[in-house]
Structures are given as C-alpha cells and as structure tokens.
Design a protein around this ligand. Sequence first.
Ligand code: AZA
Length: 302
Amino acid sequence: MSALAAARYGKDNVRVYKVHRDEKTGVQTVVEMTVCVLLEGDIETSYTRADNSVVVATDSIKNTIYITAKQQPVTTPEVFGAILGTHFVEKYNHIHAAHVSIITHRWVRMNIEGKPHPHSFVKDSPETRNTQVDVIEGKGIDINSSINGLTVLKSTGSQFWGFLRDEFTTLKETWDRILSTDVNANWQWRRFGSVSEVRANTAGFDKAWQSARDITLKTFAEDNSASVQATMYKMGELILAGAPLIDTVEYALPNNHYFEIDLSWHKGIKNTGKDAEVYAPQSNPNGLIKCTVGRSGQKAKL
Ligand code: AZA
C-alpha cells in the first residue's frame, strides 16, 4: 500500500523582462529574471485520484507571474517574491504554501565616455542574484538571498600547510599559491510575518546584497588566506555583524585548482616554486568547501 508522501508543482523557467522608463529624465532601468513558482496544499487527489479540480494550471501560474510583474515592483526580488507567493496562498483556499525562486540576471548600465548611458546595459559576467521566498500559511515568509557564480582569482596571498598527513597524502604544503573560486553565498533572513513587513525592508535587501558582495571581494583580496575554510568564515562573520535581520550566512566555494607544470625535462626550464609562471588550470576534480555561519548560541546544521 502506498501513499503520497509529499507534493508540490508549478511553473519553472518563466523568463520575465521589465523596463522602467523615467519620463522626466529619459533614463530607463531594466530587470531580467527567471522565475519558478511551486505550490503546496490540498492537492493530493490530483495525484491519487486524477482529480484536476484542485489544480491551478501551471499555465495560469505563468500568467500570474506576468501580471504580478506588470502590476507590482519587481525590485527587490525579495519583495516581488513575497507579493507573488502571498497572492497564491491568499487567492486559493486550498493552497497553503508557495515557493518562489527568482534568478535575477546581471545587466549593468554601460558607461560611455565616462557617462552612464540612459538605456544600454552590459552583461559583464554570468553572476546572478538569486532569491528563494517560501510563503507558508499561518507561519510567515521565509527568505533566502544569494550571490551565485561570482568568479574570483588571486595570484598570491594564499597558503595551505599544516594539514593532516598520512599514507594517503601526496599534496605538498604551500606558502604561496593561486586561489580561485566561484562564489556561492546565501543568507537566511529572520522570518517575516507579512508582505508589509517584507516591503518595509526593501532597502535592507539591496543593502545586504551589496554589502555581502563587497565583503566577499574585499576579504578574498586582502586576507592572507590560510585555507578556503578560514577565509570564508571571516566573510560570514563580517556579513552577520552588519545585518541584524540575517540569521545565518552560508558559503559554498569550489577550490578551482591551478597546478604547477614541471618543464625541467625541456632544456632544464625552471617553472616550479618561485620560478612558476605557467600553470595548468584544472576543471575537475575540485575541492568544495561549505560552511554556515550563525550567531553564537545558534547551532549550524551539520
Ligand atoms: N582547503 C584548502 O583551502 N585547500 C585545500 C584543501 C582544503 O581543505 N584540501 N586540499 N587543498
């Protein structure tokens, strides 16, 4: 005998672009997002008894995303997600939770001859700002914000030594190495009670994103890194210190290795240690280092 243990459904990969035209200045601002909305509630019978009467069609969910984007602000993504998710929970009595994921793509205003251009933008990296909003009836609105795919590299100022050595170890200790990673950082906000509470923190969402990005870059650049672990922890500590509404900060950092190449076999060329100049970037395998930094007294999930 089987039973439905869990279910959610909705529309994924809904691509949305919105332009704001400032009539006075002629300056236009654009936002491009990829949105996913998944619903939960009293929908079991649609799976177990082919009862479609409880199904808000995924096509209607897509339409609702477009209409909400037209009628409501799409910035910040946290506010847009809260408005959108709350709509489904309030509109349909049998829907008890809405999970909204938003990937905001990077369009940066062009600077032409030193001046910000009124309507031209450049995608300067695949980096995205991602937001997960979970609206849960009777409980509140949980929001997780993140930076994804911010690729960084430093050519010195990174070490890795003193690690456990045994019969499985071949890695040499190093006091000067290349460090490169694709930053995935996310931060979990303290639960919000309503959309108006989320709206009241509009500026806080942008500020936290900017500050997390700045802290990540500055710490990466300036820390004489003992390890990925030690450097990422410092980043998390700094983000938490500046944002009282954030409960936890989580990092997942691949260690994108750059290996030295011994070229001594060719006419005695010196290309290792202090003579290393030409390296072989590796695609895989890569280290993957994760941590969650919380406030004292709050134990991180291991
Ligand atoms: N952390 C690092 O920063 N570098 C490494 C590790 C690690 O855990 N393992 N190999 N190289």
